[in-house]
Design a protein around this ligand. Sequence first.
Ligand code: GTP
Length: 593
Amino acid sequence: FPVDRIRNFCIVAHIDHGKSTLADRLLEMTGAIAKTEKNKQVLDKLQVERERGITVKAQTASLFYHHKGQQYLLNLIDTPGHVDFSYEVSRSLSACQGVLLIVDANQGIQAQTVANFYLAFEAQLAIIPVINKIDLKNADPDRVESQIEKVLDIPKEECIRISAKLGMNVEKVLQAVVERIPPPTGSIDEPFKALVFDSNFDHYRGVVANIAVVGGRVNKGDKIVSAHLGKTYEVNELGLLRPDEHPTQKLFAGQVGYMVAGMKDVKEAQIGDTLHLQNQPVEALPGFKPAKAMVFAGMYPVDQSEYPALRSAMERLTLNDSSVTVQKDSSLALGAGWRLGFLGLLHMEVFNQRLEQEYNASVIITAPTVPYKAVLSSARLIKEHGSEEITIVNPAHFPDRSVVAEYLEPMVLGTILAPDAYTGKIMSLCLNRRAVQKNMVYIDDQRVMMKYLFPLNEIVVDFYDLLKSLSSGYASFDYENAGYQAADLIKMDILLNGQPVEELTTIIHRYFMRWLKRLIGRLLLIEYYIQVSLNKAAAIKPYRKNVLAKCYGGDITRKMKLLKKQAEGKKKMRRVGNVDVPKDAFISVLKRK
Ligand code: GTP
């Protein structure tokens, strides 16, 4: 396929603005899938995506499209909308020259619209603004166009108004892709060079890599080298994703497709790696910035005998999700495990769910924490660590104040978009979370965009849920890294039946103490003692609950039912010390509502 008739583009948008629906329409119109009711969100392949109705993984599809008597090859990448998966978006953008930026005609610009716009803008991609859902009764495309012009500085005239659901004007989107997005720059006469931008593990074939061919061509049977490890492989299988695998003999410059080359170990197909032909070395492509983990948690097998199986499941899943960082860890109560770093709490939940659903693994996740830092004052410790500043991703290892000059906590710059009727409530929520307002502008006569500097720890667990509920679902939120700031931090130990439980240890800000009484409330199901220790100064009275207390009268069947229910509930528990702790306790301990 001549390179000048190839277009590589992503669809980006705020969550639920209709990316996957538009992708379905584009696939139908170009004949890649049949037009039936069953083919809904075909690119959301994972069980977790279908259950949660969100896109988690970017997916690729190659489409053939006729325009003015010529056939074009359009490579579409559908990307996730949620902030926790923005790493998927930035990786996908590196395989593209343009984006369709979808905005809901009723909701208008939202926090992730702005964030995704800047990702594409910084990557210098062509941006086609598409206003979707114009069929809705309260759609207001005029207003949305003005917002796009005001906030993103894109002329109104460039917007395309569509209804992805009804297929209205979708043809115009395809035309714009051809006319407004430039073709890739590589040529088939160069030496073969490809970027691995995603990969999967297949039980039968080993690693299946998604590649963007930047230059030259590759044939089935060629010997290729991965620049990262310098290992040579033979290409067994090549093809396009339409969106199902469609084997071909060759892939050319500008094309996006998949490759199977007998890589059996997940470490062999690193995302961001460059592939080239044997004896034809090329300069490695820039690859990707490593993802910056924002939330850390311990992960342990429910049963230690499952450790090896869980390790291999995790290796395979982290191949497909390279934004997770993995470090070995161990704990007295839970045995050998790992300390994992995630981009956010939803990311952590999705990872956990994928382990359970795709790999049949059952895991315990400990309370998540953000990465704190400490500036050490003890000369001995500085020597031991080789530096004055250390990062703490496990609260159990939080150094004592006596050896620390200063604690630091990670900060983020948050963007909130909401109707101005909610401004007051939002401001007090932010104040409550130790946030400092940086900016506030009206994006039209009713909606405001606010910027706040937050301690990451204050928003990571339940901030978004609270924001949504106090704004009746109208506020949206996104954030980016903003370095570290000094903070007055305390390590909080939790004692069960008098024994400290390392896995429940958390780092809190001094002001947080007053929440504690309420916080401990509903943690335990049965009659055990729970005690909180803050330098032993503020122990809280033990809390107890009897499951049978609800059974007034002598209804024995109801009692049995409850006891049975409790027994089932216990399966989800893990014995810590001499107490069964519900699997969720580790996270619940951090929620404040
Ligand atoms: P994520 O992948 O979770 O980020 O969502 P998405 O952007 O892919 O949105 P999706 O395509 O799943 O659409 C979200 C909802 O909007 C679904 O219920 C769609 O049926 C609906 N929707 C999408 N396009 C249109 C449209 O043109 N008109 C109307 N009325 N509804 C639409």
